[in-house]
Design a protein around this ligand. Structure first.
Ligand SMILES: Cc1ncc(C[n+]2csc(CCOP(=O)(O)OP(=O)(O)O)c2C)c(N)n1
Length: 378
């Protein structure tokens, strides 16, 4: 296995002094190492993968050094525009190394949302005319690949990709100390149970990518509740709130609730402006803010350093509440917001972390969709 420390040292030897990216489960130990080891000027956890490319371009323009962008292949789509219309050698020609966690690589069993994305990842890179090499767990090959990537990026003045297989990185020897959480904070799963139990029966719920959808699914099973009014946004991080708005606008009688994550809300923050300025739609947008990308390893987000409620207010939501964290406050706010009409926002602060035996939906996305639309259109 590749040691995150050694791989970072190999990159640093090639002149890499800045990394930006969105965390990924396959890169989690590399991300943990970088986040703990680098000074703040050397590393940014970006809002989305495309903005990470922008940061890398800016860093290169200012310093001439080689930046690294890291991401999960789910986020490749977010990078395509700035890779092709900004960093590409036919535009500004910016050298950079793009480290991509390869979920759904052919032959590796993975969740439905990763299968096609994984299969077409090399073809997408080929179509973008971006050279790439694969990293399995071989440390010597990884060091050589780092040298190849930096040399090729420098020579061509263009982005070069390293595609990282599952299990390639070993454990990080260094981790940022975990944040303190207050006593009254609930786990995300308990907060989800409280919220679903407080909402009027039959409310349409659109849950975001990662553990929020998985915990909603599990909670329904444990509480013996029907799952037909839940849409689980298994992929497509950052789009749940817009799916919810699309439903709410098209179904004026429906009470629609989005269970969003802070990382997801930040990833496409512009969606909040669209919700806040929408003139129709009964939508309650709830962000479960744990200040982390919990689903892929718990790397921090900036969501507890900014005011999500301030943003919602400024975007024009009809009513904004929170942050709340105590059980009684969450229950009271959800009950009260469910009675109000228009576009509403609630920030709920929860603890990072999940239980180790958290399951995954047993139905396919197609089955989830069929049940959901039967209930919604019924
Ligand atoms: C475009 C895209 N980038 C990255 C990922 C990988 N990913 C899945 S869930 C997740 C973290 C989500 O964080 P947040 O919304 O805060 O929810 P939490 O996991 O903390 O509950 C990430 C980065 C993805 N699925 N799609």
């Amino acid at each position: 296995m590749i040691s995150p420390r050694d791989f970072h040292a190999a990159l640093a030897a090639e002149g890499v002094d800045f990394l930006a990216g969105v965390p990924d489960s396959l890169l989690k130990d590399f991300c943990a190492y970088v986040d703990a080891a680098l000074p703040p000027e050397g590393h940014v956890i970006a809002a989305n993968e495309g903005t990470a490319v922008g940061l890398a371009v800016g860093h290169h323009l200012a310093t001439d050094s080689m930046p690294v962008v890291y991401l999960q292949n789910s986020g490749l789509g977010n990078t395509i525009n700035p890779l092709l219309s900004l960093a590409d050698p036919e535009v500004y020609g910016i050298p950079m190394i793009v480290l991509i966690g390869w979920r759904g690589a052919p032959g590796v069993k993975d969740e439905p949302q990763h299968v096609k994305q994984g299969r077409v990842t090399p073809a997408l890179l080929d179509a973008m005319e971006i050279p790439y090499r694969e990293l399995d767990g071989d440390p010597a090959a990884a060091e050589e690949a780092a040298i190849w990537a930096a040399t090729t990026a420098r020579e061509t003045g263009a982005p070069v990709v390293l595609l990282v297989h599952k299990g390639a990185f070993g454990k990080a020897e260094m981790k940022r100390p975990s944040r303190e959480v207050s006593e009254s904070m609930m786990t995300r799963e308990a907060a989800i149970q409280l919220i679903t139990g407080t909402l009027p029966a039959g409310a349409t719920i659109v849950a975001t990518t990662g553990m929020i959808s998985r915990e909603l699914y599990e909670s329904r099973g444990e509480l013996g509740q029907d799952r037909a009014s839940d849409f689980l946004t298994v992929g497509s991080m950052g789009h749940a709130s817009q799916i919810a708005l699309g439903i709410a606008r098209a179904k004026p009688g429906a009470q629609v609730v989005c269970l969003d994550g802070d990382g997801a809300a930040l990833m496409h923050l512009g969606g909040m402006a669209t919700i806040g300025t929408s003139e129709t739609g009964e939508l309650l947008h709830i962000v479960l803010n744990n200040g982390a990308h919990d689903s892929v390893g718990g790397q921090p987000t900036v969501a507890q350093q900014i005011s999500l409620t301030g943003i919602a207010l400024a975007c024009g939501y009809n009513r904004v509440e929170g942050p709340v964290e105590a059980e009684a406050d969450i229950r009271a706010q959800v009950a009260s917001l469910a009675q109000v009409s228009g576009r509403r926002f609630l920030e709920v602060r929860v603890r990072p972390g999940s239980r180790a035996d958290l399951g995954r939906p047993r139905e396919t996305p197609a089955e989830n969709k069929a049940q959901f639309i039967a209930q919604l259109r019924g």
